[in-house]
Design a protein. Structure first.
Length: 346
């Protein structure tokens, strides 16, 4: 009898320990985050690694036109002298992938991940739960990567790729409302594929780093208007939230209730005060429920945590508002099912 009681007691104790461990594990595991803007890249995609990125930048450098801006920018990327806090890129494709996947796991992030089809497939194979496939696209992708309407249709119809974006035609000088982009919008609307479009900042001075057709005027969310009107059933989000043209962004959100934004690079790279002012303006204007988290991590896995922390530290956001930005708004935009959401919370 005694023995039995002891066994029972031990059994109970082990159950309690198990329960205790699960509770601890859940407590240690951060709440899930949906990242609408992750890149699957090779280590040298932003230039020869290791490179530093301000997270955030304190200033964006001045260039005497006597000097080549490409050299000025590269020197700043090597030394990190435009910021007190920098993130440094890993030097090999393998370490970039592994460190990014580790950052997703540690911060409990599920990420819409875009890049070359083969690279995204490779990352997805390694972590099929956290990597949700998306296609990085611009007009040069038709010629260089064979990504025309027909091949895109196949990739989306197979259900392997969930999001069309990042669409980066701003770097080529195109507005998403340009007639040449029209067939792609039509395709996405017909297939009901969400589209993420770069509207806002690239690297500072990117016009002088090779993207000679990029224009600051294309930061305006107004570039989306005609596209949205022509395709009212399309799910669209403005990546980088049209920074820094806040009035254009708010007016466009007001006029088009189907439009969402992701925070993109402003989440970690834009100086703190400006970032918070910008984000707070969108919230104050009444559009909190259409702001989604996007890390825009390219080759700096450390920036994912920086961007999440900046949301969590924002004094003007309540805990519920933080959850909306970090998870709920994206879950609604992507039309995740209850089962899918439950799995992310496990
Ligand atoms: Zn991006």
């Amino acid at each position: 009898m005694k023995n039995y009681m002891l066994k029972k007691h031990l059994l109970f104790l082990s159950f309690s320990l198990l329960y205790f461990n699960i509770t601890i594990a859940q407590k240690n595991k951060p709440m899930p985050v949906i990242d609408m803007h992750l890149h699957a890249l090779n280590a040298d995609d932003q230039g020869p690694p290791p490179l530093k990125v301000g997270s955030p930048f304190d200033q964006f450098g001045a260039n005497d036109p006597h000097n080549n801006y490409g050299e000025t920018f590269m020197e700043a990327s090597k030394t990190g002298k435009w910021a007190k806090h920098n993130s440094t890129s890993p030097t090999t494709d393998d370490s970039l992938r592994k460190q990014t996947l580790r950052a997703l796991k540690e911060n409990n992030v599920f990420a819409i991940t875009s890049g070359d089809v083969a690279v995204v497939r490779n990352w997805h194979k390694e972590d099929p739960t956290r990597i949700m496939n998306a296609i990085y696209w611009d007009f040069s992708s038709v010629k260089n990567r064979g990504l025309n309407i027909d091949s895109l249709k196949c990739l989306f119809k197979s259900n392997e790729f969930k999001v069309f974006g990042e669409v980066a035609i701003q770097y080529e000088g195109y507005s998403p409302s340009d007639s040449s982009f029209e067939p792609y919008l039509k395709m996405a609307e017909e297939l009901d594929i969400p589209v993420g479009i770069h509207v806002g900042p690239g690297p500072p001075g990117v016009i002088y780093l090779g993207s000679s057709n990029y224009r600051a005027s294309l930061h305006s969310a107004f570039v989306l208007e005609e596209a949205l009107v022509k395709h009212p059933r399309l799910r669209v989000y403005a990546m980088h939230a049209g920074w820094p043209l806040i009035d254009d962004m708010i007016a466009t959100l007001y006029a088009h209730p189907q439009l969402y934004v992701d925070l993109g690079i402003i989440g970690y790279a834009v100086p703190e005060k400006e970032y918070y002012n910008y984000l707070e303006r969108i919230v104050n204007a009444g559009f909190l429920n259409r702001i989604m988290f996007g890390s825009d991590n390219m080759v700096w896995p450390g920036t994912i945590k920086v961007a999440i922390d900046r949301i969590n530290k924002a004094k003007f956001l309540s805990p519920a508002q933080k959850r909306d930005i970090l998870f709920n708004n994206a879950a609604r935009f992507l039309r995740l099912t209850e089962t899918e959401i439950k799995k992310m919370y496990q």
